[in-house]
Design a binder for this molecule. Structure first.
Ligand SMILES: [Zn+2]
Length: 496
């Protein structure tokens, strides 16, 4: 009996400890006062300028010869015409990859490290999609602007320009340099950003902070949290395409075998995708979960305030979620398959493409080695050693995961303060972005790279990015502009 008593006492003590920690779990607050947009009121003029830029079809193409350069020329000229004070305050832009631009607004104190603000102005194509309203007309229906680029990423581009124009026209001089960079080929991993970062590096420019697209002020977030959450990307997953190649004798389809190249390929790719490696919660993801739980039900707070006890369970649950799983592990997506060109011929070679997103705690080589090991299991089992090979796809981009930026620094707190001033109802937390952005390249010259499109994105809007019927609410757009005004005008408060 005494043993049972001891066990019961221990369990009770653990339970009390969990409850106490849960009760103490509170949403994080910024360290300083909220920073708002001052007297700025977003006007209908902001919206009209946004629509003018949306109407220009700056579609980037993998094959650069297919790029409509006239559209990019028009975009450049239109920006100049719409934002005259910006082009007086900033130095003459420098162009990369033709139409990407990098420009500096000289600040009052040249000894302070600059801030970089980014937003690409190319968009993905619309071919093959069915739009309710034309994708490059920027029509307004029921309070929403419908156009390609409304969410990705001309909202950010225009938001920056509007803030610069408003503040430059009022005579504002930033306390430190502001660099603005906009790629013309972000959607096709164009070279502009690497060239711009290399140029800045050569000039010994070390930004104290970079702000690019990525996360958003998201509604409908996990754990049943009602408040919107500003999800600030502090890293992004790596990316590589792998080719899986299976070989066999081939022959006539009337005499198939278990180990035809096509069947080896199917077994190998299935095995690779089904074994994506162990999930792991990096500190930023744990912080995200704690922050969500702090606004969620008490049951969630008990779990997420006590990760020392529940980490294995939580990791399993998060890894199983469709939206959360990719945040905690490397993923392999089977995107292309190729076999015989004839219906009745067994090919001697079958190939597949895996689009791989590498978790921030791994490298591309780890993801490749795992895929090779899984493929080897299949070919060895078939007695076909080495007949399923895995390697980087021809011409693939090789992006390692972006370094993890801190989220306990003055820069992150500055973002929190600007959010508190413009979205007082929203929380803010770090997260690991599962998609890619140009900001990745800035990791070479800056340790504080943050990814946040400061606009409300609903679950519906998140699903419309790159798809048909992309659109943004007029009021949502205006609010994002206010964030950028707050961010620029408050820079004197950035202690970094
Ligand atoms: Zn984008």
């Amino acid at each position: 009996m005494p043993v049972l008593c001891v066990i019961l006492v221990v369990i009770a003590a653990l339970a009390v400890a969990c409850l106490v920690r849960a009760a103490a779990l509170k949403p994080a607050e910024p360290k300083g006062a909220p920073i708002d947009a001052g007297g700025f009121e977003p006007s209908d003029g902001c919206v009209e300028r946004f629509r003018a830029l949306l109407r220009i079809p700056t579609v980037s193409r993998r094959d650069e010869s297919e790029r409509d350069d006239a559209a990019f020329e028009e975009f450049r000229a239109t920006v100049r015409a719409l934002y005259p004070h910006v082009f007086e305050a900033f130095e003459e832009p420098r162009h990369f990859d033709g139409y990407g631009f990098l420009m500096r607004w000289p600040g009052a104190d040249p000894s302070l490290d600059p801030v970089v603000m980014m937003a690409h102005h190319d968009v993905v194509p619309v071919e093959g999609q069915e739009w309710r309203y034309p994708p490059f007309a920027a029509e307004v229906h029921d309070g929403e602007i419908w156009a390609r680029g409304t969410l990705d990423n001309k909202c950010c581009f225009t938001g920056c320009m509007e803030a610069f124009e408003y503040l430059a026209a009022s005579g504002y001089v930033p306390p430190r340099d502001i660099w603005f960079f906009s790629s013309c080929g972000e959607e096709v991993s164009g070279p502009a950003v690497d060239e711009a970062v290399a140029w800045l590096g050569n000039k010994d420019v070390h930004p104290c902070m970079v702000l690019d697209e990525g996360g958003a002020v998201a509604t409908g977030v996990p754990l049943g949290v009602q408040a919107p959450m500003a999800m600030i990307g502090i890293s992004e997953k790596g990316q590589v395409n792998l080719t899986v190649r299976a070989t066999s004798a081939g022959g006539h389809a009337s005499a198939p075998s278990d180990d035809d190249a096509t069947r080896l390929l199917v077994r190998a790719t299935e095995r690779i995708c089904a074994n994506p490696g162990k999930p792991r919660l990096v500190p930023a993801v744990e912080e995200m979960l704690r922050e969500l739980a702090a606004r969620g039900s008490f049951a969630y707070r008990v779990v997420f305030a006590n990760m020392w006890l529940f980490r294995p369970l939580v990791t399993r649950i998060i890894a199983a979620g469709a939206e959360t799983g990719p945040m905690v592990r490397t993923t392999y997506a089977l995107t292309q398959l190729a076999g015989s060109t004839a219906r009745n011929v067994l090919p001697s070679e079958a190939t597949a493409n895996l689009n791989v997103r590498v978790a921030p705690f791994e490298r591309i080589d780890d993801a490749l080695a795992r895929a090779r090991a899984q493929a080897a299991v299949v070919s060895d089992a078939a007695g076909k050693k080495g007949e399923v090979r895995v390697g980087p796809a021809e011409g693939t981009e090789l992006h390692e995961p972006a370094p993890l930026s801190p989220f306990d620094d003055a820069q992150f707190d500055y973002l929190r303060r600007c959010l508190a001033g413009t979205y007082p109802e929203a929380g803010a937390c770090p997260y690991v972005q599962t998609s890619g952005s140009d900001s990745r390249a800035f990791g070479a010259i800056c340790e504080h790279v943050y990814r946040l499109a400061p606009f409300v994105y609903t679950p519906l809007s998140r699903s419309l990015i790159h798809g048909a019927n992309e659109r943004i609410g007029v009021e949502d757009f205006k609010r994002g502009v206010s964030f950028y005004v707050a961010f620029v005008r408050g820079l004197g408060e950035l202690r970094a």
